[in-house]
Design a protein around this ligand. Structure first.
Ligand SMILES: *Cc1c(COP(=O)(O)O)cnc(C)c1O
Length: 395
């Protein structure tokens, strides 16, 4: 293990504070390190491994496409890309899809759509996008500007101009910001992930919908993390009375291979003309074949399973020692300790062979594969409860 850790520390750019384990293999919700130790993975590679490691159905879809061809340019038509776009539109009511390779790119495309729409329908000064404080929208210079957390901004000025940040759930402030700026759109995560696993209030989402209608603003719903069944609905906005104009998703859709999807609703379905956007790898046939297989499995039964597992975790953890609050929706869960740091709790869980994540606001974050067997969830929850207790006793 030290060989790999040393190599990585010597040659891989130091952007990650990694846990000291070298994962060599995985099956379902279990990861194995190089010593053959097993871990229950309650993070899914940050909501990516939708059905866990090496899921057979997904793998079969990807491999059978790889046996046909792996890539061609976007100068030609390909089946998996067209079929995935059809499935996304039929399941959401969105009209068209642009494919890229990551969440940040999906959001870049959404921002371009909103700005082009505003430029054509309202005037070229209408460029501002309102996003929320504690949001997370990606790492490119534009999506960093969209991200409403100053700590990500400091060292990378100047960022793309035209973003202002509003407190989540503050309708008054939102109305004020729309008055004070030439606004093209409002970008939200219905359930904030990175920023602290917080679901927006229904009132605030209604406020956004009303304002957007009155002022002809494009609502961009970033479901890079919350989408694809994670919240117990196919997309998180379906938990609200909201029809976004643009929905972006990425992480779980590809099940472990890179994909970004920007779904365009009625208002912006024809906003892009040839040359307005593009991606060499976007719509890759092997990735899309796997994503289509994933999407088709997110049926009522799967989503009911997500709700049931979620209810169990909420119930157990809400009553546990040293737990102040449990937040989130479905299998996107944040747990805030009364005392101790979330990162110490995550380390303690790892020592006991359960992998968890953290999020802003000192939260332990759980994003397990949607089909994690109940026994493994029960085992992991026990370890997490003990870790909360242990870290409290050390304060
Ligand atoms: C992870 C994430 C992103 C960025 O996705 P990348 O694939 O890392 O570019 C954007 N928005 C949200 C809500 C995310 O959770």
């Amino acid at each position: 293990m030290n060989d790999i850790i040393n190599l990585d520390q010597k040659y891989v750019a130091g952007t990650y504070a990694r846990f000291p384990i070298n994962i060599v293999k995985g099956k379902g919700s279990i990861a194995y390190d190089e010593n053959g130790e097993e871990y229950i993975d309650m993070g899914s590679g940050i909501a990516v491994n939708l059905f866990g490691y090496c899921d057979d159905t997904w793998k079969e879809a990807v491999i059978s496409q790889l046996n046909e061809f792996q890539h061609t340019s976007n100068l030609y038509y390909t089946g998996p890309c067209a079929k995935l776009a059809e499935a996304l539109c039929q399941k959401t009511g969105m009209k068209k899809v642009f494919f890229s390779n990551s969440g940040a790119e999906a959001n870049e495309c959404a921002i371009k759509a909103a700005r082009k729409y505003a430029c054509e329908h309202k005037g070229k000064e209408y460029t501002t996008i309102i996003t929320l404080k504690n949001s997370f929208h990606g790492r490119t210079l534009t999506t960093l500007a969209a991200t409403g957390q100053a700590r990500f901004h400091e060292l990378f000025q100047p960022l793309t101009p035209g973003f202002v940040h509003c407190h989540a759930d503050d309708c008054e402030e939102l109305i004020q910001l729309v008055k004070e700026n030439h606004v093209a759109g409002i970008m939200i995560e219905c359930v904030q992930g990175e920023g602290g696993v917080r679901a927006l209030s229904e009132e605030f989402v209604s406020c956004i919908a009303k304002l957007a209608k009155e002022e002809d603003l494009i609502i961009i719903d970033d479901e890079v993390q919350a989408g694809n069944g994670r919240t117990g609905k196919l997309y998180a906005y379906m938990n609200y009375d909201l029809i976004p104009d643009v929905v972006t998703t990425a992480k779980g859709l590809g099940g472990g291979l890179p994909i970004g999807a920007t779904m365009l609703g009625e208002k912006v379905q024809d906003i892009f003309k040839p040359g307005d956007n593009g991606s060499t790898f976007g719509g890759n046939p092997a990735v899309c074949a796997g994503a289509l297989s994933n999407l088709n499995r997110l049926d009522e039964e799967m989503l009911a399973g997500v709700e049931k597992k979620s209810a169990y975790i909420f119930e157990k953890l809400s009553k546990a020692d040293n737990v102040l609050a449990v937040s989130g929706m479905g299998l996107m869960i944040g747990i805030e300790p009364v005392s101790g740091s979330a990162s110490d709790i995550a380390k303690e869980c790892m020592k006991n062979h359960v992998l968890v994540l953290t999020a802003g606001g000192n939260k332990v974050r759980l994003l397990p594969p949607l089909n994690t067997p109940d026994e493994l969830i029960e085992k992991a929850v026990e370890v997490i409860i003990d870790a909360f207790k242990k870290i409290a006793s050390e304060q």
